[in-house]
Design a protein around this ligand. Structure first.
Ligand SMILES: [Zn+2]
Length: 354
């Protein structure tokens, strides 16, 4: 019998006025552990000496009081960290060169793909990598948490899940390549790839043999970051778990957002199996779980309650996920929508995990 753990992604700013009440509600819902939003795109949700703090937390720690409530109730806490998506005005003004550039040579700061908040750091450059790792180090030293959980650990979507495509004027049934959604072509990325493969990525044609080397090279940069993150957390404290919210299946993750997560060294993975974004029925949750566990990694299935409109659908999603776990261990992780707030549906599953 597999161990079952019930976890919730928790939008910290939404519960900060009354953490005691909301954490008690989560306890009532059977929460064993919380994935607690701690660093968002704009910055930390606590005053930081190292990182940009978000506007609401320059003088106020939003995270600590929730951890205290969770600890009182014996829940485990993972600090949830938005990684490469950093729409901070302060950071983008100070370090324009850290941000990704599309195939047309435009910075995401000037031409953000899909939505205005899509400002992303380049995973090939040493300076932004050290900045992120330093911020995570401060977080793990400051709070008593059981784990660190990465989100937005990828490049912008070169392709969108099919049910989201029409919103952006794309064809629903086909993956149409657009250079404005293809990142990163900064000098560091171009030179790095040329050094390894002898060709400038700018001259590579989409779909050619070199194209697949270029996709793989970019995925390796994300993997390098994840490997360094994992090592730095474990060097600090081997008992702190590492994990990441990844796209629904290893195949989709690699093709759409350069996540080769089957080879990442993390302790567990929370694929966001939000079936409706992919135009699928509830049963697909089980298929995605089966593909995930085939990598040999420990999977926590992330399901979207908003797409499960009846009690029976929640049960079906849960059952199919558990049934398809194969030899793998199976957990459930559910986005928690506190105080009636709801994530704005922009692009990509992560956006609605609130
Ligand atoms: Zn780059």
């Amino acid at each position: 019998m597999a161990r079952r753990v019930r976890s919730f992604w928790v939008n910290t700013p939404a519960i900060v006025e009354n953490p005691e009440k909301h954490v008690a509600e989560l306890e009532y819902l059977g929460a064993d552990e919380l994935f607690l939003l701690s660093i968002v795109g704009e910055g930390t949700l606590y005053p930081s000496k190292y990182f940009v703090s978000s506007d609401q937390s320059k003088d106020r720690d939003l995270v600590g009081p929730v951890i205290t409530e969770a600890e009182k109730r014996g829940m485990r806490v993972h600090a949830w960290v938005v990684a490469f998506n950093r729409p901070s005005k302060e950071l983008s003004a100070a370090h324009r060169d850290w941000y990704v550039i599309n195939r047309n040579g435009e910075s995401c700061i000037d031409k953000p793909p899909y939505v205005p908040s899509y400002l992303w750091l380049c995973p090939s450059q040493e300076a932004p990598i050290e900045y992120l790792l330093g911020g995570i180090q401060e977080l793990v030293e400051r709070f008593n948490v059981n784990g660190i959980h990465l989100d937005y650990i990828r490049l912008p979507d070169v392709f969108l899940p099919e049910a989201l495509r029409l919103r952006y004027g794309l064809e629903r049934d086909r993956e149409v390549y657009k250079p404005e959604f293809d990142f990163c072509y900064c000098d560091t990325c171009r030179k790095g790839f040329k050094k390894d493969h002898g060709i400038d990525p700018l001259v590579i044609e989409y779909g050619s043999r070199h194209w697949y080397e270029w996709v793989s090279w970019r995925a390796d940069r994300i993997t390098d970051f994840v490997t360094r993150f994992h090592k730095s957390v474990k060097d600090y404290d081997t008992t702190v778990e590492t994990s990441a919210a990844v796209f629904a299946t290893p195949g989709l993750s690699y093709r759409y957002v350069f996540q080769h997560w089957g080879v990442w060294p993390l302790d567990h993975f929370e694929p966001m199996i939000y079936h409706e974004y992919y135009g699928k029925q509830v049963e697909w949750v089980g298929e995605a779980v089966a593909e995930g566990v085939s990598t040999g990694r420990k999977i926590v299935a992330g399901i979207m309650l908003e797409f499960l409109r009846k009690r029976e659908e929640v049960e079906r999603a849960t059952e199919t996920a558990i049934e398809k776990r194969g030899a793998g261990r199976m957990f459930l992780r559910i986005p928690h929508s506190a105080s009636g707030t709801k994530g704005e549906h922009q692009v990509g599953p992560c956006q609605s995990v609130t």
